[in-house]
Design a protein around this ligand. Structure first.
Ligand SMILES: [Zn+2]
Length: 504
């Protein structure tokens, strides 16, 4: 995250940090995160916890106008004479608990002063009405992908400040419902699922799309896409709704995109065997030709069409869907723990390679290790303090995954997968995960002292003396068939600000 050093940024730096944390929640999804101060809890306290965002929007293209009413349900965690929301658009009215409230908007902060002070523990119902042209607004540079116009509409990933007001607390996960009326013939997509009767419904001025995610998610992993998409919903083998949308302009990339994303239910079924129950009630994907990266938006990753330029790439689907566990459930803050999401998602690509018959996880790990001899500078940047200047995928993605293979070698399959599953259930809290917590859990479940292993793989600025498969002496000459695809995916993630942050 680049924080320009101007007065405006200084003024809102408190929020900027907390937004950075929100983005880190997007988890695992962040490409290269510059250092984020480990300050989260205190500065992120917006004074209330949101339980639900109810977003009602109407969008028109020419001229571009977004009008909306967002209802926030929450609870005060301290006395609140005023409170702040993060929002860029022009607001016409705010009410708090059904009474008009005073407000000011400046630099992306909507400061609300309720008629009467809110006491700790009070329920809050905040209604914000607004109307604006989002393309006229610029963010504070603190993250997300902003408001990206496309030839037929807009894609907004991890950037709710362009379309609905949110609280700052990055630990806040809320359910959300998003209703959008768009001109007839366009599709509108967000997180979660359509109502039982599907969609869209005819509405005055266009078509109404209704999306609900009843499983709490962070605001940093929201998705809004409006445009011409080939949008399909069906029911996956596990009964979950499976919604995918392909840009109408994908051309030759449509087939490789479909060859990959259409397999999402099968991939989720495999991932669930390793990681435990899939955490959301819906899944799917969005493939867009103008969006520039790949981001693990909740329930439905957003893929740049370019990730399918080399042909079918189910590996990237395995990676993104893994973030629904490691990244969105277990979340991390800052680059030093990013391996806990990216290393896991990359390891899932190793595991998926095995299912596809393209090389076992052990083979992919061994080849990746052997490919980088001890004098290769990639080893000087360990996962626990990666070089912030580097855009190399190796330290966080590849070495993170090799760490997991080394752990698996050490503790055996049963305990290894128990550790991965328990890590999700135990960390499903509003607290950011740390490497020390993971090591403690691995030691508890395995009954082994693992300090030396994690010291060598996560902390030391040198190549571990022993490879990921232990005392494995025979260097493999054959390159696993999945190696180039997995490496290309990691490179794309690390260089495009995968999941919302970093270079854009
Ligand atoms: Zn990732």
């Amino acid at each position: 995250m680049t924080v320009p050093g101007n007065a405006r940024t200084m003024q809102i730096s408190r929020r900027t940090f907390s937004l950075a944390t929100v983005l880190a929640l997007a988890g695992g999804s962040l490409g290269y995160l510059p250092p984020v101060p480990a300050v989260a809890a205190e500065i992120a306290d917006g004074g209330f916890e949101v339980s639900h965002y109810g977003v009602n929007l109407r969008y028109q293209l020419a001229p571009e106008v977004l009008s909306g009413t967002t209802t926030i349900l929450g609870r005060a965690t301290r006395t609140l004479p005023t409170f702040d929301l993060h929002f860029l658009l022009t607001v016409s009215s705010v009410s708090v608990n059904n009474e008009p409230a005073a407000f000011t908007s400046k630099d992306g902060i909507l400061k609300v002063t309720p008629k009467r002070s809110i006491e700790e523990g009070d329920d809050l119902v905040v209604v914000v009405r607004y109307r604006d042209n989002p393309s006229d607004r610029t963010g504070d540079g603190s993250g997300g992908w902003g408001w990206k116009r496309t030839p037929t509409g807009v894609v907004s990933v991890g950037s709710p400040e362009w379309w609905f007001p949110t609280a700052f607390d990055p630990a806040d996960r809320a359910t959300q419902s998003v209703v959008i009326v768009v001109p007839k013939g366009l599709q509108a997509l967000s997180n979660g699922e359509l109502p039982w009767y599907g969609g869209p419904e005819p509405a005055p001025g266009g078509d109404k799309w209704s999306w609900t995610n009843n499983v709490p998610q962070a605001v940093g992993v929201t998705l809004l896409a409006i445009g011409r998409y080939e949008l399909t919903t069906s029911t996956g083998p596990d009964g979950r709704p499976f919604t995918r949308a392909y840009g109408a302009d994908l051309g030759d990339l449509r087939t490789p995109a479909r060859l990959s994303v259409e397999r999402t239910p099968e991939i989720v079924a495999e991932l669930s065997k390793w990681f435990g129950p899939y955490p959301f009630k819906a899944y799917g994907g969005l493939v867009d030709s103008t969006f520039a990266s790949v981001v693990a938006t909740a329930t439905r990753p957003t893929y740049t069409a370019g990730v399918f330029a080399g042909g079918a790439n189910s590996s990237v689907v395995a990676h993104e869907m893994t973030h629904q566990w490691y990244g969105l459930q277990v979340h991390t803050v800052g680059p030093d723990t990013q391996w806990l999401s990216e290393g896991f998602a990359t390891y899932a690509e190793f595991l998926w390679s095995e299912i596809e018959g393209l090389g076992t996880a052990a083979e992919v790990a061994q080849f990746s290790f052997d490919r980088h001899p001890a004098d290769d500078p990639v080893w000087q940047s360990p996962p626990s303090h990666p070089d912030p200047e580097s855009h190399s995928a190796f330290p966080i993605y590849t070495r993170g995954a090799l760490t997991l293979q080394a752990l698996r070698t050490k503790v055996g399959d049963d305990k290894f997968f128990t550790i991965l599953r328990d890590w999700v259930t135990r960390q499903k809290t509003d607290e950011a995960a740390t490497t020390a917590q993971f090591v403690a859990l691995a030691e508890e479940i395995s009954g082994q002292d693992l300090d030396a292993l994690f010291q060598a793989w996560i902390h030391a600025a040198e190549r571990p003396a022993t490879g990921p498969n232990g005392a494995f002496t025979a260097q493999r000459s054959a390159k696993p068939k999945s190696y180039e695809q997995i490496t290309a995916n990691s490179h794309l993630f690390a260089t495009t600000g995968h999941h919302g942050q970093g270079p854009k």
